[in-house]
Structure formats: C-alpha cells, structure tokens
Write a protein that binds this ligand. Structure first.
Ligand code: SF4
Ligand code: SF4
Length: 373
C-alpha cells in the first residue's frame, strides 16, 4: 500500500516483469483509428501523446506531441472483451465411427490488464456480481478472473461524455486492483506514482527497484484527481431515479427517444456491464458441433422471441427496458446501478442519444413535459 515512484524507463521494466511472469499483457494502443485494448509487449506500443475527443455520436484521436502514455480516457472496447468474450466455445461434440465425444477447451492465458480506469474497475466488479455471486457461477469467467492481474491507471483527462463521479464510480480507483499507477506531469517532471494493493501486485513490485514517494507526491496526486473531478460536466441525478423510472412507463419521452433510436445495439455492445447473451450450436460438415455463447442485446427483435411471439416488439419498449434495467431494476437484482458513467453508449450511438439527457427529461413529470425539452 506504500506509495512509490516509478520512473519512466521503469514502466517498460514493469511490462517485462509481467511478461516474464507468464502474463499476456493487454493494454491501450492505437489501432484502426481508435484506442484499442490489445496485446502489447513494450511501453513503446502505448498511445504516447494521443488523446481522445468524445461527444454524442462522435469520436476522434489527436496527437498532442506529448510524451504522456495514458492521456486518453476510455477505449470503445472494454476489458469485458477478455473476461467475457463476445464469442466463447462452451464445448464441442465430435462424432466418430463409434459414437460421440465431448471436448472442453479452457487453456486461455493469464491476462494482465494495463490501464484500467476507475469506472472500468467498477464495471468489472459489477460483472463479478453477475457471474460469480449467487447460485449460478460462470466457471469460464471465474477462471479468467482468478488468473488475471489488474494494473489500474488513474485518469488525467475526462471526455465530454464521462459522468463517473455522479454515479459513484470514479474518477478515483476503487479497491480491487493489484497495482495502481498515477501518471504525473508536473513542472517538467514526468514519472508515475505506484502502489501495490495485493500480494500479486507486491510480487511484481519486488522485481523493481522503486523509491519511496513523499508527502509532496501525495499532494500532487490528490490535486490531479481533484482537477479531473471538476472537469466532469455531465451528471446523473441518482436520488429518486429508480422510483421515478418505475412509475413512468408511459412517459411521452419514451416515444420521442424511440423515434431517434435505430435499435442497432451499439450501446449494449460497448457497455462494460451489459451481459445479455445467447447460445448457438455451430455445426460443421465434418460432424463437429460447437456450442457457443455469444453476446446478445435487449435491442434485437430476436432477444425476447418466445413461443411464436416477441414480448418487446416496439423500439420504444426495448429502449425503455434497457434504460430502466440499467438505472432501476438492476438495483433490485445486483444492489447497484448497472451504469458506471463511462459514456461509451453516448459516443457510439449513431444518432447521439445521450442517456444523461434522457434521464433528465424523464425526471420531468409527464403532465408538465413538453416535446423536445
Ligand atoms: S450505460 Fe453507457 S455510460 Fe453507463 S456503463 Fe454502460 S456504456 Fe457506460
Ligand atoms: S440507443 Fe443508440 S446505440 Fe443504442 S440501440 Fe438506439 S441507436 Fe443504437
């Protein structure tokens, strides 16, 4: 828990120690015009000098000619891509001349995730509740999660779409990381403050020669976090949110948002907490069947298709289900909100629908609401 100073060249040492310890390191890098979370082997692959601009329906990267490693906010991808992959084989059935045999593959790597933000760690903790608590544990998620290492990095910037503070999920890093880094750029000095939070993290630290931080470093770090907090402009008013949503299934705003929503599912695909899935059997002519679990979305017409009918035929009913689940019924199910305020669903919604704006409009009593408010 002691705060240490990690010099710039030691960032690559940290990466090399993780790789030597048999972790597959996943971190931010520029790929296909966005910040992607991908396999990296050296600190030179990090998005040095790159920041992101995000607003409703818009995303762009900019090179600001800086030596900063973690100047962006969040990637369109989330760590869910690794802990709960979009397509996973549950088992294969092979047919041969004598009968059938089952094959289960679970030889995935130990992941080390570098650059996890506060909101993202909270999203992982929400998915832990979904997959690891209660009567039904997902053994695949459990295995990946237990093997993984989390190196969180505090935010330096915010985007126009971030609202973590108002939903209680950032910008500070909650408990649950193995190592926490803060990138400091102050008076011409550039270094990291680092703390290990678990035995796993300390084992990695033991391979690095890190100097102790002092009180001045703590003040710089706290001031940076406070500056980030004051940059956050979007907010969600969470007081009374659940009862208001539950009481307003016929609010006129639902019709209005349904006119804009394309039911494309982008919001659910980029969301780090959404977990809808479907199961499909993929058959091959060689006699093999692969039973696959795939991400699905409450926005697709097939998702609620049962016994010859669809329980949510209109886009209005699907949008209402999504938003009400995230901010109301999720609280009954998992004792938290289903949103960590990362803003991805705002950025990646083609018509730029903004959930914070929708929630604000829905808080106006139906009989006082004027279209377009
Ligand atoms: S609902 Fe939107 S803002 Fe909230 S966690 Fe999901 S993608 Fe992020
Ligand atoms: S809210 Fe936006 S991203 Fe989500 S389904 Fe509708 S159009 Fe697509």
């Amino acid at each position: 828990m002691e705060l240490k100073v990690l010099q710039l060249d030691q960032l690559n040492d940290l990466i090399q120690v993780l790789i030597m310890d048999d972790y597959q390191l996943i971190g931010p890098k520029v790929k296909d015009g966005v910040i992607s979370y991908d396999s990296i082997k050296s600190s030179s692959e990090l998005p040095i000098g790159i920041i992101d601009h995000q607003s409703p329906g818009k995303y762009a990267l900019q090179n600001i000619q800086s030596s900063r490693f973690f100047g962006y906010t969040v990637s369109p991808y989330s760590w869910k891509k690794y802990l709960y992959p979009p397509v996973q084989s549950l088992f294969k059935v092979n047919r041969n001349g004598k009968g059938i045999s089952f094959e289960v593959t679970n030889d995935e790597p130990r992941y080390a995730f570098l650059g996890v933000r506060g909101c993202e760690l909270n999203a992982i903790k929400i998915q832990d509740k979904i997959f690891l608590k209660g009567n039904y544990i997902d053994p695949n998620y459990k295995r990946r999660r237990e093997l993984s290492m989390i190196i969180a990095v505090e935010c330096f910037n915010t985007c126009e779409t971030c609202f973590c503070d108002s939903v209680g999920s950032g910008p500070e890093i909650p408990d649950g990381a193995d190592i926490v880094l803060t990138e400091i750029f102050e008076d011409g000095d550039h270094y990291f403050l680092a703390r290990s939070e678990t035995e796993k993290g300390q084992d990695i630290f033991n391979h690095l020669k890190l100097n102790d931080a002092d009180d001045k470093h703590v003040l710089i770090k706290d001031a940076q976090l406070e500056r980030v907090r004051t940059q956050l402009k979007r907010r969600v008013q969470t007081t009374g949110l659940k009862s208001n949503l539950m009481a307003n299934p016929d609010h006129p705003r639902w019709d209005e948002v349904a006119e804009r929503c394309l039911a494309c599912s982008n919001c659910t695909m980029v969301c780090p907490t959404c977990f809808c899935m479907t199961v499909e059997d993929v058959n091959d002519l060689d006699g093999t069947t692969d039973r696959q679990m795939r991400w699905d979305s409450c926005f697709t017409s097939e998702f609620t298709y049962i016994h010859g009918g669809n329980t949510r035929e209109s886009v209005k009913s699907r949008y209402r289900q999504w938003l009400t689940h995230k901010f109301a019924s999720w609280q009954d199910q998992f004792d938290s909100l289903g949103c960590v305020g990362c803003g991805r669903c705002i950025t990646w919604c083609p018509p730029g629908i903004d959930i914070t704006e929708e929630l604000e409009a829905l808080s106006i009593p139906s009989n006082q609401y004027k279209k377009g408010e």
